[in-house]
Design a protein around this ligand. Structure first.
Ligand SMILES: Nc1ncnc2c1ncn2[C@@H]1O[C@H](COP(=O)(O)OP(=O)(O)OP(=O)(O)O)[C@@H](O)[C@H]1O
Length: 278
């Protein structure tokens, strides 16, 4: 597939559909060029890591993906639609949530907010059921009626995952999910993500460039500058299993991101089906 002639979002036989496609995307804040010629796609059910150093454009890429910013050039298709139209089908787990610890809100209520926000109607019986299901998915059903402020930082992050899951999203995006977490909380979070793997498409955005969880199917890096000099581009890198590392990092075995060996970002080895390049 040539860079200037991206393939349409039509799945090949035997391949899961493409849920997100960036085609030749460029974006600047005024004179500050951030992204240029960005081409990548994600298939339904994949577990993807998007890595990049601080200031490389990860948040900008998320804003484009969610339709909060518009690309200067190129196009973005999310679930076959424009990001603005499709973003209510995305579960987003932010890095930071500011909350007032004196505000008396329970874990159950925090999770249910994800349901109300996504569907914009009054709370129903179905919401209660979905809330408890989402809490069970993150192994926190037993704390449903505790005040949110009493939970540890790691538990609160999992509550936010439940809040994102409660509207049954087609894709889950986690922004720096393990920032400021101890290793035990990290393990529990990745256990939760391991259970979700394959059931929903998962995109983790992180500045940790060197290692990712072995749950990861493919890793994209926002890195080198585009030949045009007008911003950074995104490439796909190869993952290598690492032996002799403690298994408690990233909630299981870790994979090393090989930055000296890259494969073009518009190809896909499709680890789900083990099929050839697209
Ligand atoms: N609203 C804005 N207006 C102008 N420049 C911005 C704006 N937001 C971000 N930038 C700049 O765009 C570049 C990319 O920023 P972005 O926040 O996307 O990077 P990041 O990879 O998410 O960084 P970090 O890991 O530090 O959060 C940076 O140079 C940043 O200073």
């Amino acid at each position: 597939m040539s860079e200037n002639n991206p393939m349409p979002d039509v799945s090949l036989p035997g391949k899961p559909p493409v849920v997100l496609r960036f085609s030749q995307v460029g974006f600047s804040y005024g004179n500050l060029a951030v992204l240029a010629g960005v081409n990548f796609h994600i298939h339904e059910g994949e577990f993807i890591a998007m890595v990049g150093p601080n200031g490389s454009g990860k948040t900008t890429l998320l804003k484009l993906l969610l339709g909060l910013e518009q690309p200067d050039s190129g196009s973005i298709k999310l679930l076959d639609e424009s990001p603005k139209h499709a973003r209510n089908q995305i579960g987003y787990v932010p890095q930071h949530v500011t909350y007032d610890p004196t505000f008396p809100i329970t874990v159950r209520e925090v999770v249910c907010m994800g349901r109300v926000l996504a569907t914009s109607y009054k709370k129903t019986k179905g919401d209660d059921e979905a809330t408890m299901q989402a809490l069970a998915q993150v192994d926190l059903a037993d704390v449903a009626d505790r005040p949110y402020s009493e939970l540890s930082g790691g538990q609160r992050r999992r509550v936010l995952v439940a809040r994102a899951l409660v509207a049954k999203p087609r894709m889950l995006i986690l922004d720096e999910p393990t920032a400021n977490m101890d290793s035990e909380s990290e393990i529990r979070l990745f256990k939760t993500l391991g259970k979700l793997k394959g059931k929903t498409t998962i995109l983790i955005v992180t500045h940790d460039m060197s290692m990712v969880s072995s749950l990861t199917d493919r890793v994209f890096c926002i890195g080198g500058h585009h030949p045009s000099g007008k911003g950074r581009t995104v490439v796909q890198h190869v993952l290598e299993p690492v032996s002799h590392t403690p298994e408690d990092i990233y909630g299981g075995k870790v994979m090393r991101v090989l930055h000296d060996v890259e494969i073009p970002s518009d190809t896909c080895e499709n680890p789900i089906q083990g099929a050839g390049d697209e």
